[in-house]
Design a binder for this molecule. Structure first.
Ligand code: GLC
Length: 693
């Protein structure tokens, strides 16, 4: 049951699909509250929340829920900390923030969905409000959940259900089906900021193939473009681009270029000139085009929220589609702002005051802050405007929608330009509902061991919010990686739908062939390809049933008090549990088994050992080069015996069925060609059964 509460006059963000999807049947719409809700009229909500004005004389609203000690709070998608979000304060304010630290409040996405699971209660909420929202989950007061929305205009959805999975389904029925990428996008991808020339790209491809390391994609970061101009290719460094794309395809490798949000200000650059002529860029209060600085220097932001401008921007992807490209990643779309022209001017003017000054404690920090506060400054969000649903609106009021609409632009264009085909698309910034148009990656993590754990925890939280196609920058983006870190991270990454090794400019290069123990890397990646029939099948079933691909143990074992608190083991699909190693020099780890399971130890895809383990705690040796997973009782894990160098080569038909059958087990296997869109065709499903001997 979903109830929709209308406070004031909310903006239609586009998060909710209002075309008669199943979820709408359950709506009880409760409106007319004029900002300050009359709780007595609002059946249901008062049971969970008290509502107070958000501050003296402010328009804002605060929804307060008193938590019981044992309540667990799930959700909030892309954020730091645990699967249980209690004990911190999170802000939904899409931010270009490479510092994924414990005290970080906002990352790239705004995922305003959370669930409270307690002894006798189970409810979820989705706050459909496109500006900043604060989720204080026991930070100010340990037992209090307080959600603050700065003005009184929002939709508040309340979901009730027996289990968290039901609530997740309710959200999905409200916001639409998760994006389904092409099958090749489940293969291994190699990325780096940046491969600078076509030759370098060829070398990356060649070295993977020569060393027998499976690979399906190579990513092109900003340097493939001509001076960072969207929808251009640098002809000197990437001559005859279409031919390169073709040549790579012949090797079974897809090139995936990045697209940035800002359009370079440069005379003669057609995207810029057209945007100016048609008035498609965001403007300042005075009607000038807003100018910010990003990679190319000065840029204008296309008004992604304006329908016409949005279609226009989407249409530009054609330039690359026409050259054989079939996948993209959208970046810097919070939008990231290194500086705004106006703020920069101000800083230069003010700096002069400090020139001959004796900088003391206060003045030094003010001086330093002036420069360091210049990037992604929230003040800049107040200095430009969109035309949204025909009305002029200041950016900060709709800030969290920019990445959503950029990705929608691309997705709509793909539907029109190549309706038969699945195109890979994922974005950095996102809002609830964007999961219909693409996936997301987990942003600029660091080559830190603690970030493996962070990304393990982020995975189910993102799934709860609809983002099934996701994964981390394996090996870590910023900072220098090490061979063992990359290996352990890949051992987790083989289970994430998006499996990409990506690193930042200036850091140690981390293509797997650069390290000594190539054989181990090869085996780990080969195992991914062996697991693909299962991974793909589970992904498709989750997407098509509005379910989750990766879950916390608590969702499957709700009565098990121990399982509820486990945050470093996950259920991947219906058959298996994983327990990745995320500590350096560890040669194993403790694993909690909520029930009797069969452990499978993979030395390689074909060299494996099976052991049945009883319910309870176990210390499991996991040498650096090995992967272990656990099959649940009465479940089957289909495995391709023959992997391949690319997804195209994997045999999805002749499978080995690993199983843990006590009496009888079964598995519904989903398999299609991976490129078409007849997802619902029953011919894609079959059932495997096994009986105990
Ligand atoms: C941003 C992206 C990162 C990319 C870099 C250069 O930091 O998050 O993935 O490599 O920009 O384009």
């Amino acid at each position: 049951m979903v109830r929709k509460y209308v406070f004031g006059t909310p903006l239609e963000t586009g998060a909710v699909v209002s075309n008669g999807l199943k979820g709408e049947n359950g709506f009880a719409e409760l409106a007319g509250t004029e900002g300050k809700a009359d709780l007595t009229e609002m059946t249901g909500l008062g049971k969970y929340f008290s509502l107070i004005p958000a501050g003296e004389g402010e328009e804002g609203l605060r929804f307060v829920h008193r938590m019981d000690r044992e309540d667990i709070v799930y959700g909030l998608g892309e954020n730091v900390r645990g699967i249980n979000k209690r004990g911190w304060i999170y802000e939904s304010c899409c931010s270009d923030n490479p510092n994924h630290r414990e005290d970080t409040r906002a990352l790239y996405g705004a995922h305003n969905f959370l669930m409270v699971k307690g002894k006798n209660k189970n409810f979820g909420i989705f706050v459909d409000y496109p500006g900043k929202v604060v989720f204080d989950v026991g930070y100010s007061k340990m037992q209090e959940l307080a959600i603050t929305v700065p003005d009184g205009n929002l939709y508040f959805y309340l979901m009730e259900g027996e289990t968290p999975e039901e609530l997740v389904k309710e959200l999905r029925q409200l916001t639409g089906r998760s994006y389904i990428p092409p099958k090749w996008a489940f293969g291994y991808g190699q990325s780096r900021w940046s491969y600078m020339t076509a030759e370098e790209v060829r070398e990356v491809a060649r070295l993977h193939r020569e060393n027998g390391i499976p690979l399906d994609s190579i990513y092109l970061d900003i340097d493939y473009m001509e001076r960072y101009k969207d929808f251009t290719v640098d002809e000197e460094r990437f001559p005859d681009f279409g031919k390169l794309v073709e040549e790579m395809k012949e090797m079974g490798i897809h090139l995936v270029p990045i697209i940035d949000a800002g359009v370079k200000v440069e005379d003669g650059y057609s995207v810029y000139e057209e945007g100016v002529e048609k008035g498609y860029f965001c403007r300042t209060q005075d009607g000038e085009f807003f100018t910010a600085g990003v990679w190319p220097g000065k840029v204008h932001f296309p008004d992604m929220l304006n329908e016409e401008a949005n279609r226009w921007f989407g249409g530009k992807y054609k330039v690359l589609l026409d050259q054989g490209i079939d996948g993209f990643w959208n970046d810097m779309n919070e939008p990231a702002i290194f500086y705004s022209e106006s703020h920069l001017k101000e800083v230069f003017e003010n700096l002069a005051d400090y020139k001959d000054k004796n900088l003391d404690l206060q003045s030094f920090f003010r001086f330093k802050g002036m420069v360091s506060d210049i990037s992604n400054n929230e003040k800049d969000y107040e200095s430009f405007y969109h035309v949204f649903h025909g009305e002029k609106i200041r950016h900060d009021k709709v800030h969290n929608l920019f990445g959503f609409y950029m990705t929608k632009a691309a997705s709509q264009a793909f539907e029109e330009l190549c309706p038969e085909k699945r195109v890979l698309m994922y974005s950095r910034s996102s809002y609830i509902g964007m999961h219909r148009y693409g996936g997301i990656w987990m942003g600029d993590n660091l080559s830190w061991w603690s970030h493996i754990l962070l990304n393990i925890r982020m995975l189910p939280s993102l799934n709860m919010c609809g983002f099934l196609y996701t994964g981390a920058d394996l090996g870590g983006f910023g900072a220098d990686t090490t061979e063992d870190l990359l290996m352990r991270w890949l051992e987790f990454g083989i289970f994430t739908p998006l499996m990409r090794n990506h690193s930042a400019l200036g850091t140690r290069q981390q293509e797997v062939y650069r390290f000594e123990n190539q054989e181990a890397f090869r085996h780990i990646i080969e195992l991914r390809y062996g697991l693909l029939p299962y991974i793909y099948s589970e992904y498709m079933k989750a997407a098509l049933s509005d379910g989750m691909y990766a879950k916390p143990l608590a969702f499957a074992y709700p009565e098990d008090e121990r399982a509820k608190r486990v945050e470093d083991q996950l259920l991947i699909g219906e058959s298996i549990m994983v327990a990745p190693v995320y500590e350096q020099n560890a040669t194993g780890r403790y694993v909690y088994l909520p029930e009797k399971m069969k452990m499978v130890r993979f030395r390689t895809l074909t060299d494996r050992e099976e052991t049945v383990l009883e319910q309870g705690d176990h210390y499991i040796e996991i040498p650096l080069e090995e992967v272990v997973l656990f099959i649940r009782p009465e479940h089957i894990l289909p495995l391709a015996e023959k992997g391949g160098q690319s997804v195209e080569e994997v045999d999805f038909e002749n499978l080995t069925l690993l199983d843990f059958t006590l009496e009888e087990s079964s598995y519904e296997y989903y398999s299609d060609d991976g490129y078409g869109k007849d997802f619902e065709n029953p011919a894609h499903r079959k059932v495997f059964r096994k009986k105990a001997k």
